[in-house]
Structure formats: structure tokens, C-alpha cells
Ligand binder design. Structure first.
Ligand SMILES: C[S@@+](CC[C@H](N)C(=O)[O-])C[C@H]1O[C@@H](n2cnc3c(N)ncnc32)[C@H](O)[C@@H]1O
Length: 448
């Protein structure tokens, strides 16, 4: 008779065989955890991605099953130290110093000579992370980058970082997001319990932590936070690059629109999604809207990525607060990528209603956002192998549930179910016509 433990072990061993067979067929070894990340032709193979997902789902469930619950609680309760130590290593440029050291690594005394941080403290932080498979301790107190930590390396040299520390995250979206999370998000999360237990006492845990009545967006616009706005814009641009362009091109369906039809990227940050669209649909016109600081970053972004599109006015950047009346009337498409999840229902409705007031009879609203999958069996959800959690646990829903708590913590926002998106539309004059599933879902609304 098979048992849940044996079923989980079987899922892992059959998945491992599938992965190893695929790499053997290509004549390449499966990437080692010990070496810095190197792209392989199989990185984006969707079937292998799914296999890896199942292995992670089964392995996480196996660990939760066999480990003493006390150990599990201890590990989870202290997991903020993962965030804080990751934030520290990117701020102290440790992956960047180790990049230059190669596989031999560097003793913490040598690290300290470069970044000025106490050697023993660095050894303890790096050992904590190496124990969790980020960095490798190659000899006592000597550390090297591994496959995971190599993703934290910035694009600028140490010399460039030293010359202009405020610009150090430019071009390094992974490091930028890790640094923001270790800063604003971690500080705010310390107040989550107070926030939830005292409804109405503050706007979000972020507001309590930073003693401000401003939203995080407004706060980042303040002069003392210019560097934070810059860092976040880098991270958001990287977020855009993470998703296949097809999500956005199919969601906006620009091939069905006539020449010069107008697309508005509402809360578009620097406009990285618009850039993807403009490459595929050069016959359309685009306006990227955001607050002043993001648009200032956007000017630099377009000057380096596609200056000709700004010069020809095919793409325009516009400072616009989406709580004010939408100045662009009757656009073919208004779209928002991961904007609505930043806001609670009452505010999300204001944003959608402002867009609706500007829309024409044929305008569409397209929202790109994650969808929250329940952790229990639900009608219509894709089947998963027994005995895995119906949402595949951390493999299937780890990212979206973490993002949901992030939204709750810093904005009192949320990740929503399909029904919740439909209800937001119904309350604001938008009829949900189509839902296109993917890494990000596309919700296509028409004016009603
Ligand atoms: C999560 S980011 C998404 C950015 C962009 N859509 C993307 O996917 O890269 C949310 C964006 O909303 C913008 N935002 C926040 N409050 C705003 C407001 N009141 N008016 C316009 N944009 C705003 C932020 O500046 C930020 O760029």
C-alpha cells in the first residue's frame, strides 16, 4: 500500500529522472548549486519548469511532513532573518566583491577590508545564508558566490558603486528588489500584527512603521527618499522583464486595433510594459502615466532604450495622479500592470471609476495582475497529483501568497480572486469580458 510519504518521494524521484534525462539528451550537466548562474538552453522549457515545480511542491510537503513541527515553527518564526541578511549583503555589495574572487572565494577579513563591515559579523551572516543555500562557505570563514547568490550581483563595478552609491542599483533589478524588501517591507512587517488587530487605527503597517500618513508612493516622492524611488523603479522594470511579452501583447490584442489607436499605461512606472508592446505593435500610439519621480526615471529609461519612439511622439510620458480625472479620453485601451493589487477595494474602485469616466463606448480596460489560488480543492481548478496541496503549496502559490501579504503590509492592498476582479468591474461600470490565464492573468473589461 502506498503512503503519502512514499507518494511524495515517488513524485520527487520521477521528476528528478525527467530533469536529468532532458539535460543528458542536450549533452549538458544539470546546473550545479555551487557555481554562479549560467544560462542553459533548457532554462525556459515550460515542461521542465512544471517538473521542477512538482519536485519543489513535493519536497516542501515532504519536509513539512517529516520534520518535527517544533523545528518547523522555529524556522518559520525566525524567517525575517532571511530578509534582513539578504538586504544587508546587497547593501554591503558582498556578492559584487565575491564576483571578482571567483570560486576560491574570499576570507571575511578581505571582505571587511573592502566594505568596512566587521569581519566576524559578515562571517555569521554569510554562514546563515550559506546554510540556506545562498553563498558557499568554501573554507572556514571564506565564502564564494553560488548559483543563488550570483543573482544578487549588480551590473556596476565596485569602483562605479563607490563613485555614485545612489546609482548602485541601476540596471540590477534583483538586487534592487531584495534591498527594498529588506528595507521598507521588513520594517513595515514588524507592525502587521498591530495593524490587523486595530482596524482603522492606521492606513497600513507601513504607515505605522514609518510614522507617515502618506502612501508608500507619496512617501517615496519626498526629497529624502529620491534614492528609494529610483531603486524601486529599477526593481519594477525588472519585474516587467520577468514576464513573457506575450502576456501583454495578447492581453492588449493590439493586432486587432487600427493604426494610431491609443494605449494608456496607467501607473506604468517607467513604461517597461509599453516598450514591449511598442516593439510588437509599432502602428499604435502610447501614453505612459505615473507620478513625477517615476516619469523622471522614465525619461532616462526611454532615452537609453528607444529614444526614437519619444522623438516621434509614438510614446509619450505624462505625469498623472490616477485619483484625479483621467485626462486621456476615449483611448482604445487603458491598461494597468500590477497596479490594482496595491490598493484596498474602496481605492481600487476609485482608480477604475476614473478610468471609466474617461472611456468611450468601445474602450477596453485591461488589468494584469496575479490571481489568488485557494489552498483547498475548488471547482474548475486544474488537478494536481496526490497528495500535493491543491495550489501546489510554495511551488504553486508561494509567490502570490507572499505578494499578497506584502500588499497587505505596505499598502493595505491585496491579491484577488477572479470573482473579486469581476466585482470591482461591476461596481465601476466595467464588464469583465475575458480572463486570460498566465504567469500574470489578463482581465479584459469593456465599458458597460
Ligand atoms: C507596482 S507599480 C507598477 C508599475 C508598472 N505598472 C509596472 O508594471 O511596471 C505601481 C505604480 O503605481 C504608481 N502610482 C502609485 N500611486 C499613483 C498615483 N496616485 N497616480 C499614478 N500612479 C501612481 C507607482 O508610482 C508605481 O509606478
Amino acid at each position: 500500500m502506498t503512503t503519502p510519504l512514499a507518494e511524495l518521494a515517488q513524485l520527487i524521484s520521477s521528476g528528478v529522472k525527467t530533469l536529468e534525462d532532458a539535460y543528458t539528451k542536450q549533452g549538458i550537466p544539470f546546473p550545479s548549486l555551487d557555481a554562479p548562474f549560467q544560462p542553459t538552453p533548457l532554462d525556459f522549457d515550460p515542461a521542465l519548469f512544471q517538473t521542477a515545480h512538482l519536485i519543489v511542491a513535493a519536497a516542501s510537503q515532504l519536509i513539512a511532513t517529516v520534520r518535527s513541527p517544533m523545528e518547523t515553527v522555529q524556522a518559520y518564526a525566525a524567517s525575517m532573518h532571511v530578509t534582513s541578511t539578504l538586504g544587508f549583503v546587497v547593501d554591503a555589495d558582498i556578492p559584487d566583491v565575491l564576483r571578482d574572487a571567483g570560486s576560491k572565494g574570499l576570507h571575511v577579513k578581505e571582505l571587511a577590508a573592502v566594505n568596512g563591515v566587521d569581519a566576524d559579523s559578515q562571517a555569521r551572516v554569510l554562514r546563515f545564508l550559506a546554510t540556506r543555500h545562498v553563498f558557499k562557505e568554501v573554507a572556514p570563514n571564506t565564502f564564494a558566490n553560488n548559483r543563488v547568490s550570483s543573482l544578487l550581483v549588480k551590473t556596476k563595478s565596485l569602483k562605479e558603486i563607490k563613485a555614485d552609491p545612489e546609482a548602485k542599483y541601476d540596471g540590477a533589478p534583483v538586487a534592487a528588489i531584495v534591498a527594498s524588501t529588506g528595507d521598507e517591507s521588513l520594517k513595515a512587517s514588524g507592525y502587521l500584527s498591530e495593524f490587523l488587530r486595530n482596524p482603522g487605527a492606521d492606513l497600513s503597517a507601513f504607515n505605522t512603521a514609518f510614522k507617515t500618513p502618506a502612501t508608500m508612493w507619496e512617501w517615496r516622492e519626498e526629497p529624502h527618499n529620491v534614492w528609494r524611488a529610483r531603486r524601486f523603479a529599477v526593481g519594477m522594470k525588472g519585474g516587467g522583464d520577468m514576464f513573457p511579452a506575450s502576456i501583454f501583447t495578447e492581453g492588449v490584442a493590439g493586432d486587432k486595433l487600427p493604426a494610431d489607436a491609443l494605449i494608456v499605461d496607467v501607473g506604468g512606472s517607467v513604461g517597461s510594459v509599453t516598450l514591449k508592446l511598442a516593439k510588437v505593435f509599432p502602428h499604435l500610439r502610447y501614453i505612459v502615466q505615473d507620478l513625477q519621480k517615476e516619469i523622471t526615471e522614465g525619461e532616462k529609461f526611454w532615452a537609453s532604450s528607444a529614444p526614437e519612439l519619444l522623438a516621434s511622439k509614438r510614446v509619450q510620458l505624462q505625469v498623472h495622479n490616477f485619483f484625479e480625472p483621467q485626462p486621456v479620453k476615449d483611448a482604445a485601451v487603458y491598461f494597468m500592470r500590477v497596479v490594482i493589487h496595491d490598493w484596498p477595494d474602496v481605492t481600487a474602485k476609485e482608480i477604475m471609476a476614473n478610468t471609466r469616466k474617461a472611456a468611450g463606448a468601445n474602450s477596453k480596460l485591461v488589468l494584469f495582475d496575479c490571481v489568488m489560488p485557494y489552498a483547498c480543492v475548488t471547482p474548475g481548478a486544474p488537478p494536481v497529483p496526490s497528495p500535493l496541496l491543491p495550489n501546489l503549496g510554495v511551488a504553486g502559490a508561494g509567490f502570490v501568497t507572499a505578494l499578497d501579504i506584502e500588499m497587505m503590509t505596505v499598502f493595505n492592498g491585496k491579491e484577488r480572486t477572479v470573482d473579486e476582479f469581476r466585482a470591482l468591474g461591476e461596481a465601476t461600470g466595467w464588464k469583465l469580458e475575458e480572463v486570460k490565464p498566465g504567469m500574470l492573468f489578463a482581465f479584459v473589461f469593456s465599458a458597460c
